[in-house]
Design a protein around this ligand. Structure first.
Ligand code: NAP
Length: 379
């Protein structure tokens, strides 16, 4: 593969840090690597070491750049928030740099493809064709977790609707979300009796990032409420709009409840999915065993597999349940608790639980996989 001149915007943040880690793990073919962040990080040195490149890289202030200073890049991966992407992605794109954007800035723009690398990789070409915007959007980390699973099942059984409840980690809100859980948990930990009997503790740290204490608690919404009287948050709306765009199912019915939980990393989803055709848990397991990017962790899998020749599927690849701690630091989406939907009188519904590392699979890894697809188009 041709070596690339790559820019990482938001290189000092949570997602940026994981991007750099994966690039090194994969020995990504890099000719030149430039790191950008805010003025707070200017001149910070980050050591990069792979067989392709070993260098102390100096972080540059994004806000002093212009089309001339960035035109020597081939691809730029943005992970610095929607405001930064809205302002700076067009500057890079107009300088001829292909932008892969992790923020929500461009996802709903019909001119910009929204791509999961295993699901709709060919959509990348909209961005690169003549007249294309040279910007490719990465989905929200929660939507990402269910896409490889639902895309494969849709091919076989035709997806009609999904009802999804999420259990979202604090790192989904960036470094500040992580800091808030850590400091609240530390200060409240030694007051278990009051937490148990009064729902309070001494000292209580006043919430800042989240609307209520996140330590030892569950918050029944994630994101911001929309101003359209729907009662939905933007995270819940993203689940619907992004699923429709990625799966090319404009009328897909989606109802989501996004919940924030005191987990550092790893978004979990409880999904009820209804299809046009009948399917059983056994069918789902058999198909997902062969699906790229998905790993089965169904301790009850063996219930559906009684013949000796099936046992490889029944026991592979892991016998644990999908949990956030299992997913952290790993690439796949983990799926388990696969069951028939017994609220129905037919076999068209299934329930399952899925988990992914929101920083890795939910953001950094997909962005890097998209960069590889772009590199094929560029060479
Ligand atoms: P984060 O830890 O808060 O990091 C933010 C990064 O953006 C830092 O590198 C910061 O630089 C940089 N930045 C902030 N304001 C800037 C400005 N005005 N100019 C230049 N750089 C600026 O956030 P994160 O969790 O990595 O998330 C980054 C983006 O990825 C967001 O758009 C988020 O929606 C998206 N995303 C996050 C996740 C997740 O699970 N966290 C998943 C999918 C997508 P300094 O260090 O210099 O301040």
């Amino acid at each position: 593969m041709k070596k690339v001149r790559l820019g990482i915007i938001g290189a000092t943040g949570l997602v940026g840090t994981i991007i750099l880690r994966i690039l090194q793990e994969q020995n990504f073919p890099i000719q030149d690597l430039r790191l950008f962040a805010s003025a707070n990080s200017t001149d910070r040195i980050i050591h990069y070491a792979s067989s392709q490149l070993e260098k102390d890289l100096r972080v540059e202030d994004l806000n002093t750049q212009n089309a001339d200073t960035v035109k020597n890049l081939d691809i730029a991966i943005f992970s610095a928030g929607a405001t930064v992407s809205k302002k700076w992605a067009p500057v890079f794109a107009q300088a001829g740099v292909v932008v892969i954007d992790n923020s929500s800035a461009w996802r709903s723009d019909p001119r910009i493809p929204l791509v999961v690398s295993e699901v709709n990789p060919k959509d990348v070409r909209w961005a690169l064709a003549t007249g294309g915007k040279h910007i490719i959007a990465n989905p929200n980390c929660t939507t990402m977790a269910m896409m490889p699973i639902l895309a494969t099942l849709n091919q076989h059984y035709k997806l009609n609707s999904i009802i999804v409840s999420t259990y979202q980690a604090v790192s989904g809100a960036g470094q500040k979300g992580v800091n808030e859980l850590a400091s609240q948990a530390e200060s409240m930990l030694n007051d278990g009796v009051n937490l148990l009997l009064k729902g309070t503790a001494f000292p209580m740290i006043k919430p800042d990032v989240f609307a209520a204490p996140i330590a030892f608690n569950v918050l029944p919404y994630a994101g911001n409420f929309l101003e359209d009287n729907s009662g939905e948050t933007d995270e819940e709306r993203k689940l619907r709009d992004e699923s429709r765009k990625i799966l090319h199912l404009a009328k897909l019915k989606v109802a989501g409840t996004c919940v924030r939980v005191p987990v550092f990393t790893g978004h979990s989803l409880s999904v009820n999915a209804v299809f046009q055709n009948n399917l059983t848990p056994r069918d789902v397991i058999e198909i997902l065993t062969k699906t790229s990017g998905v790993s089965l962790t169904n301790r009850l899998t063996s219930r559906y597999f009684t013949r000796a020749q099936d046992m490889d599927i029944a026991t592979s690849p892991a016998s644990a349940f999908p949990t956030p701690l299992l997913a952290v630091g790993h690439d796949p989406v983990y799926i388990g608790r696969i069951r028939q939907d017994l609220s129905r009188n037919d076999q068209k519904g299934i329930n399952f639980f899925a988990v992914c590392d929101n920083l890795r699979k939910g953001a950094a890894l997909n962005a890097i996989e998209l960069a590889k697809i772009v590199m094929k188009y560029l060479s």
